[in-house]
Structure formats: structure tokens, C-alpha cells
Design a protein around this ligand. Structure first.
Ligand SMILES: CC(C)(COP(=O)(O)OP(=O)(O)OC[C@H]1O[C@@H](n2cnc3c(N)ncnc32)[C@H](O)[C@@H]1OP(=O)(O)O)[C@@H](O)C(=O)NCCC(=O)NCCS
Length: 168
């Protein structure tokens, strides 16, 4: 993360209403639901901010999740103990950059920040992979660019933690 930018937990000081990324579901989630999910421990929400301009530039959510072992590509699955049906993973449920700041490299910065956090968490609590749930084809192409692989029979994509580990 560059010197100017940092991520922090969503809190009451943040002005959520000014955030708009062009996707209603993602704007609405931040404005109406993210705070509640945080309180109920369903998901945590980190916002991207900048020291010089106090405004939400982007956000992502993290939560624990699991996927069925059968969904994992055979080459990776064959190395897992056969008794493991549910494989523990970390979900980046939502990730978005405000429209005013898109196309400037902040999406990449935010994804790398999220992956780093996922990797650090995996040291404390086992997690086999990071899962994302792209909203549409555009989002899918964004994640594909960073190596995410589509899971069969699901709109979700994953990146093994072993791959992420090599980044940091
Ligand atoms: C998708 C999104 C997060 C990308 O953020 P961004 O700040 O515009 O992206 P960046 O400027 O960091 O781009 C990083 C790289 O991804 C590429 N990229 C960006 N959006 C892309 C897309 N939709 N498809 C393919 N590649 C994309 C850029 O060309 C760039 O590549 P480069 O490094 O080779 O130049 C942002 O456009 C967004 O919030 N969109 C609406 C919400 C959304 O769809 N979220 C996805 C998760 S559900």
C-alpha cells in the first residue's frame, strides 16, 4: 500500500453515503448493511482511505467460509486428505472502488491489501484458499487477471493460499 493510502475498519466516522461504484448492490451494501454485518460478526468491512482526503475510496469485506472439496480442481484436491469434505476458506465477499477513483490502480492496491490480510489471518486460523464472488463478467475478468480460478457449478472463484503466500 502506498504511503498516502491505508485501509481501516469501517466505523461511524466514515461517510458511507458519498460512496458510489456504479453497482447498486455494492453501494447499497456499504450504505445499509455493512455496519450491521460488522456488529453481528457476520463479516468485517475494511475501507480504503487517504491521509490527505478523508473519503472512502473503496472497500472490501472478509468472512470465514468453506467450500465442498469436490469443487476444488483435481490437481489440488488429490493432495488433500480424503476425509476433508468441507475445506475452510476466506471469503472476500465484496470489493469495490468509488467511480471517481477507478482506473488509477486502486482496485489492484485494494485487492493486494485484502489478500495480504487473508494470508496473515491464515497463519492464525487455517484457510486453504481465498474465495471471491464476482457480481458480473466484468468483475470476473478483474479477478481472473490476478489468477483467480472459477469453481465449477458456482459463480465463485478461488486462489490457493499457497499461491498468495508466494506474493508476500
Ligand atoms: C473492478 C474494480 C474493483 C477495479 O478497480 P479499479 O481501481 O478500476 O482497477 P485498477 O485501476 O486497479 O486496475 C488494475 C488492473 O485491472 C484491470 N481491470 C480493471 N477493471 C477490470 C475489469 N473489469 N476487467 C478486466 N480487467 C480490469 C486494469 O486494466 C488494470 O490492469 P493493468 O494493471 O494491467 O493496467 C472497480 O472497477 C469497481 O469497483 N467496479 C465496480 C464494482 C465491482 O465490479 N467489483 C468487483 C467485485 S464484486
Amino acid at each position: 500500500m502506498g504511503n498516502e493510502f491505508f485501509t481501516e475498519l469501517l466505523g461511524s466516522k466514515h461517510n458511507k453515503s458519498s460512496f458510489t461504484c456504479g453497482k447498486y448492490l455494492l453501494d447499497n451494501y456499504l450504505q445499509k448493511q455493512a455496519g450491521q454485518d460488522l456488529k453481528r460478526k457476520l463479516a468485517v468491512c475494511y475501507v480504503l482511505n487517504e491521509h490527505s482526503i478523508d473519503r472512502i475510496k473503496g472497500y472490501y469485506t472478509l468472512s470465514n467460509s468453506s467450500i465442498h472439496a469436490d469443487l476444488i480442481p483435481f490437481e489440488l484436491r488429490k493432495k488433500l486428505p480424503p476425509s476433508y469434505n468441507a475445506i475452510l476458506t476466506t471469503l472476500i465477499g465484496r470489493l469495490a472502488i468509488d467511480s471517481d477513483f477507478q482506473g488509477k490502480g486502486l482496485g489492484k492496491l485494494l485487492l493486494v491489501d485484502a489478500l495480504k490480510r487473508c494470508f496473515e489471518l491464515s497463519v492464525l486460523l487455517g484457510s486453504f484458499a481465498v474465495i471471491v464472488d464476482p457480481l458480473d463478467l466484468e468483475a470476473e475478468l478483474f479477478y481472473k487477471k490476478y489468477g483467480f480460478i472459477k469453481l465449477p457449478d458456482s459463480g465463485k472463484m478461488f486462489l490457493p493460499m499457497r499461491t498468495i503466500e508466494q506474493l508476500f
